[in-house]
Ligand binder design. Structure first.
Ligand code: BGC
Length: 322
């Protein structure tokens, strides 16, 4: 396993070929101090044994598939039930648990692998790559894939952001460019209904602290012990996270239709990087994605990737200090 460092004066990204993982993102805060704004592990064993997907590329299909099966072209494909009766984040051994091939670029690294036909139950040999480039203060993530059979594809990066470099993330201010979010059932699967955010704890149209409404008496928040929901994005400008403590801001743009806000509700209290104990709500995940369980909802954007078609998605994380 190899760690690659991509650096500009504004941003250093450390990425691993194991899981095409973002292991560290180093920026300078308002006091001139270097802060690492993502959680992770110091050892490869940490990544192998922990199932929090810290910083990893998640695939072939990120998020949940209800009943751990889907039907495509009239054929039923059973998948692993690794989240109760449902399928989560690509299955028992998802893209996060493989060593990818690496190609060094002038300003980044391109990780590739071929996910073989029927790997974790998904049809089609899928040639997939994730490219990380650093442009000034921005980490540009490019996802590309092509399959030789019709399949499903939904790739994301599962970074846990803490823009203060530690402690709780509940004081982080968050804005999400979304008018609605997908309602969850008791298993965190979309019911199919889109709920307008107006007048709910899910209204992040104007920036507010992540923790302001997280304890509100709200059925949706009770299900996942905090936010664990997909927001239907209104445009490329997806979200912005800011830590008043460090002054570090992160802006997210993407061409994906959704973003999962997950407030690390189930993060285990185990040591992460530099021995610092991780804790629930100690980070915010903003996973740009197709809508969860989209294969079972005809009115969600389709997660189907047709044979020979090019899957290309981009997410850009831009850091600055205010
Ligand atoms: C999911 C959570 C899950 C977490 C870790 C998130 O993307 O939405 O429900 O607990 O990943 O697996």
């Amino acid at each position: 396993v190899t760690l690659f460092e991509i650096s500009t004066p504004e941003l250093t990204a450390r990425v691993l070929d194991y899981g095409a993982t973002v292991q560290a993102l180093l920026v300078t805060d308002q006091d001139g101090k270097t802060v690492d704004v993502v959680l992770g592990h110091d050892t490869i064993e940490g990544y192998e044994t922990h199932d929090g997907y810290l910083g990893a590329c998640v695939g072939r299909v990120a998020n949940r598939i209800g009943g751990a099966e889907f039907t495509l072209n009239g054929k039923m494909y059973p998948l692993a039930k690794n989240d109760g009766q449902n399928h989560l984040h690509g299955g028992l051994r998802g893209f996060d648990k493989y060593v990818w091939d690496a190609e060094i670029l002038e300003d980044g690294v391109k990780f590739s692998r071929v996910s073989p036909d029927m790997e974790e139950g998904y049809p089609g040999n899928l040639a997939v790559s994730v490219t990380y480039r650093v442009e000034n203060g921005a980490l540009v993530i490019m996802y590309d894939a092509k399959s030789d059979r019709d399949t499903l594809c939904n790739l994301t990066n599962h970074s846990y952001f803490n823009l203060a470099g530690g402690g709780t993330a509940l004081a982080h201010e968050l804005r999400i460019n979304a008018e609605s979010f997908t309602e969850n059932d008791e298993n965190c699967l979309p019911t199919g209904r889109l709920i307008p955010v107006a007048g709910t704890p899910f209204d992040f149209r104007a920036a507010k602290p992540v923790g302001r409404d997280i304890g509100a008496d709200d059925g949706q928040l009770a299900i996942g012990h905090g936010y664990d929901h997909n927001f239907a994005l209104s445009g490329r400008d997806a979200a912005e996270l800011y830590s008043p403590e460090s002054g570090v801001a992160m802006n997210i743009t993407t061409d994906m239709p959704g973003v999962q806000l997950y407030t690390a509700n189930f993060l285990e209290r185990i040591p992460g990087k530099r021995g610092a104990l991780m804790e629930p709500h100690g980070a915010v995940c903003l996973e740009t994605q197709e809508f969860p369980d989209a294969v079972h909802h005809a009115d969600f954007p389709s997660p189907v990737l047709r044979a020979g078609a090019a899957y290309h998605r981009e997410t850009e994380l831009t850091f600055d200090v205010r």
